[in-house]
Design a protein around this ligand. Structure first.
Ligand code: C2O
Length: 547
């Protein structure tokens, strides 16, 4: 196993998109940021130096960080931010994960432009469980705002209204030639005739689940969130923000140009969204190309599902299986039931100069089990836990909602007024955990991509409506469920996940729609140390940032 050393300099860089140039926060002047490539078993040492005027942290999305919670990255959860002019070195080892993950800023909305791919090749000396592809290409789906994303979220927090939606979706940082002023820079993805190619697709967007497809080509899905899957074919995939999917495509079409395209899965029936399409061009390299005249020949456009096509999403998700029988935790120690969803709170009397600008003069909020998560500001939760600093958090996050109702029915908005809190749920080392994640329809039902830091979990069942413990347990797949770090809780439905709490530390669980984490759709687990040295959190690094 090797150690890979990298320097990340966070800095403002002029970036031009949609005819406008603005100073964009980047890593090393790159948007998207650098792709990191390692083998399973390698160690990453990344020194992050902050030369921007915002606080920043970097999160290694999906990396298990066994015993190295200090390197996980979410601001005020596992560390205080790296202040302007300061630096922090993240050091961690990839253990047992293979496939595609990514890294992103975990501070305010900086991840809009501060993100990149983290590719984990098989352990040295071993190989893929599928034929070695001729080429491998990361495909990062993103969102672009004409405005500064930090201003967008600040404005929303100030008014209580929903933030402005993005102005474009992007593939590898480019909107593509269906957008104004973008045709010259449309990304070209090379492919060879007769060969198999691996695309590592990442949804790095902030607030939008996305469909992704390629004209005239089929995908063979082989992995997701850096775990292998039992291969299956499909012509379209859907990724919630945070999720990754590895697909093989074969160069089996007449050599020409084909569009790769992504568009919103607008999983909230009432939410505003950008219904435009981002494109890149798949170009055959190894055969004479009839499209030599370049962009004057229009690539073949694929059919994308309708923006509200939940049936396609369900059919796709149902195909996910682990490659073989797996050890799903049984004899559950902690059986938890968490609601996930929005709320509308009354406008506090001292709320800025104007009335709240959410629906009917309310302000948007979001919660799990009616607790709207609030980050501390003087210490990180991990630091407070490790050093026993009192008064930073409590450990009374509820195992169940405070009261029951028809979660996905036509519920009154006034029923659920989320209460702010910095509440953690304590897990004993090694406990076997099951969580039912239940969407609520307060304000609107929505597909929530729920992500847990420091863990992968098995998704053992999903369904619509209210989870019913009497009948739905018969749907549990305890044989070969997929292992993931982010689950899309179906719109107006539920998902059940299981994991073993074998990684000590403080671990954030949240909706990966950034607007929802802004509103408090998060909580954190405090996983206690085990008995032996190898079951305990390591000591904090010497350059660990303090507040
Ligand atoms: Cu990519 Cu807290 O997450």
């Amino acid at each position: 196993a090797k150690a890979h050393h990298h320097d990340f300099v966070i800095q403002a860089t002029p970036v031009k998109r949609l005819c406008k140039t603005h100073n964009t926060i980047t890593v090393n002047g790159m948007y998207p940021g650098p792709t990191l490539e390692v083998n399973n078993g390698d160690t990453l040492v990344v020194k992050v130096t902050n030369k921007a005027r915002y606080n920043v942290t970097i999160h290694w999305h999906g990396v298990r960080q066994m015993r190295t919670a200090w390197a996980d990255g979410p601001e005020f959860v596992t560390q205080c931010p790296i202040r302007p002019g300061m630096s922090y070195t993240y050091r961690f080892t990839i253990q047992g994960q293979e496939g595609t993950l990514w890294w992103h800023a975990h501070s305010s909305w900086l991840r809009a432009t501060v993100y990149g791919a983290l590719i984990i090749h098989p352990k040295e000396g071993s190989s893929y469980p599928f034929p070695k592809p001729k080429r491998e290409t990361p495909i990062l789906l993103g969102e672009w705002w004409d405005a500064n994303p930090i201003d967008v979220v600040r404005q929303a927090t100030r008014t209580g209204a929903a933030p402005n939606i993005s102005d474009a979706y992007t593939i590898n940082g480019q909107p593509g030639d269906l957008y104004n002023c973008s045709s010259q820079d449309t990304v070209v993805v090379p492919i060879d005739s007769g060969e198999t190619n691996l695309l590592r697709v990442i949804n790095a967007g902030l607030n939008q689940p996305l469909f992704f497809t390629i004209a005239n080509h089929q995908f063979t899905v082989v992995g997701a969130d850096a775990s292998y899957l039992k291969p299956f074919t499909t012509s379209v995939i859907m990724l919630g923000p945070g999720q990754t999917t590895d697909v093989l495509i074969k160069g089996d079409q007449p050599p020409s140009r084909y569009y790769l395209a992504a568009r919103a899965y607008a999983s909230a029936p009432s939410a505003p969204f950008d219904n435009t399409t981002t494109t890149a061009i798949l170009e055959y390299k190894s055969a004479p190309c009839p499209a030599k005249k370049g962009l004057s020949i229009r690539p073949v456009m694929p059919q994308l599902p309708a923006f509200n096509d939940t049936a396609t999403v369900t059919a796709f998700t149902k195909k996910f299986r682990s490659p073989q029988k797996v050890e799903v935790p049984t004899d559950i120690d902690e059986s938890l039931f968490f609601t996930v969803g929005l709320g509308l709170n009354n406008c506090p009397r001292n709320f800025g100069s104007s009335r709240c600008q959410g629906p009917n003069g309310t302000r948007f909020t979001a919660s799990m089990n009616n607790v709207s998560f609030v980050l501390p500001s003087n210490f990180s939760l991990l630091q407070a836990h490790h050093h026993g600093i009192p008064g930073v958090f409590t450990t009374d996050f509820p195992a169940n909602p405070p009261f029951k109702f028809d979660y996905t029915g036509n519920v009154s908005r006034s029923l659920w007024q989320p209460v702010p809190g910095t509440k953690l749920y304590k897990l004993e080392y090694g406990s076997r955990v099951q969580i039912v994640l239940q969407d609520t329809s307060i304000f609107t039902p929505e597909n929530h991509p729920i992500h847990i830091h420091g863990y992968d979990f098995y998704i053992i069942a999903e369904g619509f409506g209210n989870f019913n413990p009497k009948t739905d347990t018969s749907k549990f797949n305890l044989v070969d469920p997929p292992l993931r770090n982010t689950v899309g809780v179906p719109v107006g439905g539920w998902a059940v996940i299981r994991f073993v709490a074998d990684n000590p530390g403080v671990w954030l669980m949240h909706c990966h729609l950034d607007v929802h984490i802004t509103w408090g759709l998060a909580m954190a687990f405090l996983v206690e140390n085990g008995v032996t040295e190898l079951e305990k959190l390591e000591a904090p690094p010497l350059d660990y940032p303090v507040c």
